[in-house]
Ligand binder design. Structure first.
Ligand code: MN
Length: 131
């Protein structure tokens, strides 16, 4: 058993993978054979991920605020505190805050054999993000 009381420093979401101001806090990344990776992700209003997919899927659990999620070919959908989203393995999608509200979610994935948790594609442009 291991109790974490000193967390790694909060990291800014890099501009090649995120639009706007995004902060990531690692909650858990236990050693093998666990493949669990868990982050708390804070999105300022208008901030969002780029298009991406996860090899083993992803659970998003919104803890604060309200935001948006979209899978490729589907509508932009509203999510709010208390909602839980399951994104299927390999499903292209993005997630982020709504235009005028903060959003925080827990993000839970399992890493692939090579350690990959995310494959990234293009940023979500202003034409795709609702104003
Ligand atoms: Mn995702």
């Amino acid at each position: 058993m291991d109790i974490t009381r000193n967390r790694p420093a909060t990291q800014a979401g890099p501009a090649e993978h995120f639009t706007g101001t995004v902060w990531l806090d690692e909650v858990a990344a236990p050693p093998a054979p666990s493949r669990l990776r868990m982050f708390s992700v804070h999105f300022a209003p208008g901030a969002r991920t780029a298009w991406h997919r996860h090899p083993h899927g992803q659970v998003l659990h919104v803890t604060e605020g309200s935001g948006l999620v979209q899978r490729r070919g589907g509508p932009v959908e509203e999510i709010r505190a208390g909602d839980t989203v399951w994104i299927a393995p390999g499903e292209w999608h993005w997630h982020g805050a709504a235009p005028r509200t903060f959003m925080t979610h827990l993000a839970v994935v399992e890493a692939a054999d090579d350690g990959t948790t995310t494959d990234w594609d293009a940023l979500v442009g202003g034409d795709e993000y609702p104003g």
